[in-house]
Design a protein around this ligand. Sequence first.
Ligand SMILES: NC(=O)c1ccc[n+]([C@@H]2O[C@H](COP(=O)([O-])OP(=O)(O)OC[C@H]3O[C@@H](n4cnc5c(N)ncnc54)[C@H](OP(=O)(O)O)[C@@H]3O)[C@@H](O)[C@H]2O)c1
Length: 309
Amino acid sequence: MRVIKQYSLGGPEVLEVVEAQRPAPEGGQVLVRVHATGINPADGKVRSGYVRFFGEPPLVLGHEFSGVVDEVGAGVTGFRPGDEVFGWTTPPDGSHADYVLVPETSIAAKPTTLDHVHAGALGIAGLTAYQTLVNIARVRPGQRVLVHAAAGGVGHFAVKIAKARGAYVIGTARAAKHPFLRELGADELIDYTTADFTALRDVDVVIDTISNDYGPRSLRTLGRGGILIDVVGVGVDRTAVREQAEAGGVRFVEYFLAPSPADLAGFADLIDRAGVRPSVEETLPLAEAAKAHELIESGRVRGKIVLVP
Ligand SMILES: NC(=O)c1ccc[n+]([C@@H]2O[C@H](COP(=O)([O-])OP(=O)(O)OC[C@H]3O[C@@H](n4cnc5c(N)ncnc54)[C@H](OP(=O)(O)O)[C@@H]3O)[C@@H](O)[C@H]2O)c1
């Protein structure tokens, strides 16, 4: 099988198409034939060495995928060969490959309303939006939700999910992306290049996909009992933001993705029931992974970029 592998840390040029042995599933594991695999900012952060959660090279990147179960290991009861599934994984044996080996707890039945290209874009950005809005913030109808980088991977899912739960959704994005976000259902849009979002008041939930000064600035927009969720996870020290939040009677949560099988199934159900659908800006062949990395690192992607083996 082909994998996109790196033997050193660096720019997109370190990514190589390499022939590898197809792995065999052990107990509790499932081998999935990858039909589509999304790219996320995390892929660039790991490739460059900015984050080192997953060890040193050689690494195969790729955190999210959709495909068909090829083989199951002993004790797997929930899936059998031929099942269409989607899921998440981590390096060093990621999903930017023809096959990915995962525990059965990392996959769920593919939403019936999505093809593989769209289902391959759910496992990181989509689940992040789902877990933050549904599990942590428990967004209710009528609440005011501010989504930063609303046109990005996490952001565009957050807009759709918050709307599906009856919220009033405010997004930050460049003006050129406002028509896209209005189509997704956003109620109010702020071009962060010309307007200051801190003028907002009585926001119940902020999804911060930017971090740095966006955390403390976002706190100013929250009403009493509101919640700021930082999904960036790395970079600046957030101690001061936490203290500021506590002093102001609002909550601050630092989010790290760790989906349970119930979340995967719950998200798939929401997709099918509420028409939540990723927007895929570009689909590229697996062998063009380096180009996909360049696109995601531009910071300008609208929705998702997906690789197709
Ligand atoms: N902790 C976790 O487990 C976890 C999980 C998922 C994601 N993340 C992190 O969350 C962050 C966002 O991920 P993503 O996939 O959504 O990124 P992304 O898709 O690359 O975001 C791109 C979008 O960001 C917008 N943008 C850039 N700067 C902005 C600003 N100052 N204000 C408003 N919008 C801005 C761009 O739109 P414009 O052209 O309008 O600027 C673009 O549409 C990344 O750092 C990622 O690593 C963490």
